[in-house]
Each structure stands twice: as C-alpha cells, then as structure tokens.
Ligand binder design. Structure first.
Ligand code: AMP
Ligand code: ZN
Length: 113
C-alpha cells in the first residue's frame, strides 16, 4: 500500500485543485503557503529523492522545469520566482515524493542562497 500523500493526490484519492497537469507532472497550491503564492510542481512518477532518478528520468524532470516559465500567466510569475527542492531531513523535507516548490508573488525576505 502506497502511503505517499502526493501519489494519493495524483490518483485523486485525496481531493485537490490541480492548477496545471500534463503527462509528466501536476501543480497544486501548497496547503501551508510560505510566500504570497506557493505552488508545488510534482512529477507524476514517485521518486523519494533526486538520487533515485536515472539519466532518463532527469530528462523528464528537466522538461518539467522548463515548463514552469511557460506557465507565467497562470502562476503569476512575471515579478520573479524562486524554486526550491528540499532533499532529506537536514533540508526539512517532509514529503518524500520529489517536488519543486515554486515561491512567487512577493520580494523574498528570506536570505539569498
Ligand atoms: P517539503 O517539506 O519540501 O517536503 O514540502 C512538502 C510540502 O507539502 C510542504 O510545504 C507542505 O505544506 C505541503 N503539503 C503537505 N500536504 C499537502 C497537501 N495535502 N496539499 C498541498 N500541499 C501539501
Ligand atoms: Zn508518491
């Protein structure tokens, strides 16, 4: 049994409003936003970590990332945005299904990396 919350959202077991969806990924609003607008881009295939991906998987992830600026109007990205991928406990990862945070809609008041 797969207890992964993002797999359940992908499969419609947990209801959610998908802001965008294609064959490789979907985008939802983060339930606890840490910026004025906070989305999660979630690849449909379940990977815990980047280290689990093959070279071929990484091509798919690259395509998913390239899609984000194309969704400029839908996500309201024109002022700029920040992408974050937490990996592991020290980074504060809480959901172990690879996802990309999209933070936008404000000046980022947390430190530059
Ligand atoms: P991370 O801490 O990088 O693993 O990010 C997990 C993110 O998923 C957090 O920002 C949570 O607020 C978010 N989250 C957890 N459950 C849900 C949910 N059901 N719908 C939307 N976002 C969620
Ligand atoms: Zn999953």
């Amino acid at each position: 049994m797969n207890d992964c919350i993002f797999c359940k959202i992908r499969d419609g077991v947990i209801p959610s409003e998908k802001v965008y969806e294609d064959e490789s990924m979907f985008i939802i609003r983060d339930i606890e936003p840490k910026a004025e607008r906070h989305f999660l881009m979630i690849p449909k295939r379940h990977f815990k970590l980047l280290s689990e991906m093959t070279e071929k998987d990484s091509v798919t992830l690259g395509k998913c990332l390239k899609k984000i600026p194309k969704l400029n109007d839908l996500l309201g990205l024109s002022g700029g945005y920040r992408l974050v991928i937490n990996q592991g406990d020290d980074a504060g990862q809480t959901v172990f299904h690879l996802h990309v945070h999209i933070l936008t809609g404000q000046k980022m008041d947390f430190p530059h990396l």
